[in-house]
Design a protein around this ligand. Structure first.
Ligand code: PMP
Length: 295
């Protein structure tokens, strides 16, 4: 069965899924993306991701390519056509196609593409697959709250991590604090046992949808989160560390810049949050919709 992508109103074989060379996403990264996990045929945290898509687009004054209701239908149709049960949907909206000019062109409509990926979401295996993290300077612009496809600093950060045999890079801002991972939010359990993550104020990090879900779950479970910035030096001495993101979920971190975190295994609080998140992502149907059966 060929893999199918969605490109500007059409479902096309993956190999033929393309946009024009003068698409502004290609030339300027004038473009927004979202990634949503599909677990057992259900889109995890769908509404949160669509909320953020709309917000990112409005910050760049790019029009929503279609009403949210239609986006939901396209996602489901793409999942159905690919017979996907577990994996993710990547979607991207660009300002559109026009002759190269920095200014916003008049009279164009946004380009809209979606691709699906396969994945497995085995919680126990992921808890065992403890990750290594390295720190790198944060080379990004000041609007890190916008999920733009201008990802070159993150590409370099992730490659720096890979070059050292690590999974993720935690980026350090100009004040010496960890901002976030190259594609995830960063968390520690500090020396006093407090769960700590950086605040999202001042647009200095991306407001992760998974991070938001964890905040809500912690509130419900009366687990206190301290929102404050922390340094790499503090992280080296943390009792636990993990990252959060839509497809890497809650990823336990056992080593940062060669410093062992806790006993090097998935910590207790990390494991608990992971279980809470999975129950939520798998079982909490988003509002206004039925469970989607991919068959
Ligand atoms: N920070 C950055 C820089 C990211 O790229 C991501 C992943 N999109 C996240 C945080 C986590 O966000 P989410 O939980 O919405 O996937």
């Amino acid at each position: 069965m060929p893999r199918i992508a969605y490109v500007n109103g059409r479902y096309v074989p993956h190999a033929q899924a393309s946009v024009h060379v003068e698409d502004r996403g290609f030339q300027f990264a004038d473009s927004i993306y979202e990634v949503i996990a599909l677990m057992n045929g259900r889109l995890a945290d769908e509404e949160g991701h669509l909320d953020r898509l709309e917000r990112s687009l409005s910050e760049l004054r790019i029009a929503l390519p279609m009403p949210r209701k239609s986006i939901r239908i396209v996602m489901r149709e793409l999942v159905r056509r690919n017979r996907l049960k577990n994996g993710s949907i990547y979607m991207q909206v660009t300002r559109g196609q026009a002759q190269r000019d920095f200014k916003f062109p008049k009279g164009i409509s946004p380009s809209f593409v979606m691709i699906v990926y396969n994945a497995t979401y085995d919680t126990e295996a992921r808890k065992k697959a403890v990750k290594k993290v390295v720190t790198v300077p944060d080379l990004r612009w000041k609007r890190r709250d916008i999920k733009s496809t201008a990802l070159l600093p993150q590409v370099l950060a992730k490659q720096a991590a890979a070059d050292k045999g690590a999974y993720e890079a935690w980026m350090i801002d100009d004040d010496g604090y960890i901002s976030e991972g190259s594609s995830s939010n960063a968390w520690i359990v500090d020396g006093k046992g407090n769960l700590v993550t950086r605040p999202t104020a001042n647009n200095r990090i991306l407001k992760g949808v998974t991070r938001n879900a964890l905040q809500a779950l912690c509130k419900r479970e009366k687990i206190k989160i301290i929102e404050r910035a922390f340094t790499a030096k503090e992280a080296y001495k943390a009792k636990e560390a993990f990252t959060s993101s839509a497809t890497a979920l809650i990823a336990p971190v056992g080593e940062i810049d060669g410093h062992k975190i806790g006993n090097g295994k998935c910590g207790k609080i990390t494991a608990k949050l992971f279980d809470l998140y999975m129950d939520y992502a798998r079982d909490n149907p988003p509002p206004q919709q039925e469970r989607w059966n991919p068959k």
